[in-house]
Design a protein around this ligand. Sequence first.
Ligand code: CTP
Length: 426
Amino acid sequence: MRGYIGKLPKDVVGLLKICADAAEGLGFRAYVVGGFVRDLILGVRNLDVDIAIEGGGIAFADELSKKLGGEAVRHKHFGTATVVSKDGFKIDIATARKESYHAPAQLPTVKPGLIEDDLKRRDFTINAMAIDISRSGFGRLLDLFDCREDLKTGKIRVLHDRSFIDDPTRIMRAVRFEQRYDFRIEPRTETLLREAAELKMLDIVQKHRVRDELMLMLKEDEPIRCIKRLNNIYGFSFLHPGLKLDNNIFGLLKDVGGVITWFRKRFPSKRPLDTWLMYLMALLDRLSVPAVNVVCGHFAFRRGETKRIISCKKDVNSVIGFLKKKGLRPYLIYKKLEPLTYEVILLAYVKSGSKAVKQRVVDFLSSYNETRISVSGEDIRAIGLSPGPRFKKMLEEILFAKIDGRIKTRKDELDYLRRKGKAKNR
Ligand code: CTP
C-alpha cells in the first residue's frame, strides 16, 4: 500500500477501500481531502473523513451507505452528504467542485469540477491536498501547490490574493490553524489578512458563518492564544461595536482557563464542561445583558445557545451576590447551586474575587453535591406512609439535613423518617 495511507489504522484503510469499490462501481474517482490529509501527514489523529468525488457525491453516498449498512444524510442543494458507518465513522462527501466568487464575502457559484479545481478553491495550502482512493491510484498524493513543504516548515499560506476577500471567515481560520499547530502565517498572507482587517471584512460576511468560526476557535485546546492573535491582527469590534479586549479581560480569560484545568483535574468524573461558553462569557464580560442579547440575535446563535449565554450572564452575578451572604447554611448553598450548570458556578468562582465565595463553591462541588442518602421510597412505605408527593419532599429534607451535618448515618436517616412519620400520623 502506498505512502501516507499506510500510516492509518487498519479499520480506516478498510473503510477507504470500501469507498474505492463504491466509486469504481459508479465509474467515479474518489479522493480524501482537506483536514484529513493534513492531519494524516502531520501524524495527528483525525477521524473525520472528508471525501471529494469526481462524479456525483450524492450517488456515491447512497452507494457507500448500502455497502456500509449505514445511513446517508443528504444535502441535495449543496451536492453533499454525510454517511455514518455502523462503527461510528463519520464520512463527509462532496462532489468535487469549481467555485466562482461574484462579490466579496458572498457565497460562490458552484459547478462540478475535477479534483484540481476542488483543491484550487481551498483556504490554505496545508488544507489543499488530496489522496486518491480510487482503485487504480489508491494512495497517490496530489500536491499541486507545494503544500507538503508548507506543512513541513509550518506555514499558513493562502492559494491566491483574494482569498480573505472572497471568504473573510478564513481570517479566523488562519489564526486558528496557526495557533493550533504552532505554525506561522507567512508574510504575504499576513499582509493580505491585515488588508482584509482594514476593510472590516468580517462585518460583511454572513453572521452565522462568523458565529460558527468563533465557536470553533473557542473550542480549540488553547483558545486564548487564538484570541490574542486575532485581537492583534483584527480586534474584536466585529462582535460588538467598541468591544475592546484589555488586560482585565485577558486576566479573566486566563482565570477561566485556570479554573477549567483545575475542575478537570479535581473532578474527572463530572460531566465535561462547555468551555467555549465560558470563554465567550469572558470575552463579552463588559457587555450588559441587553447588549449580549443583541450579539446573540445578530450572530444567529441557536435558541438553546442563546438561552445558556443569557442565563450565564444573569445567573453569575446573582450567584456571587448570594454566596457573599454571611452565615449561609450548607443546604442553602446546595439549593441555590444545584439547579445551575457547572459553567455558571465556575464563572461565579472566577469572577467573585472572594476567597469565601470560592470556598463555598469548592464545598458544593466536592461535598454537598456528592452527598447521597441511603433511604428510599421503600423505607417510607415500610413505616406505614402511603406514596404521594410528600415522599419526594421527605427524601429532600433528609438530604438537606445530611448536607447540613444534622444527620450522618443510615440509622439517623431512618430515625428522622420515623419521627416525620409519627408527626404525620398524629
Ligand atoms: N475550507 C475552505 N474554506 C473555508 C472552510 C473550509 O477552503 N472557509 C476547506 C478546507 O480545505 C478545509 C475543508 O474545507 O480543509 C474542510 O473544512 P473544515 O471541516 O471546516 O476544516 P478542517 O480542515 O477539517 O479543520 P478541522 O480540523 O478544524 O476540522
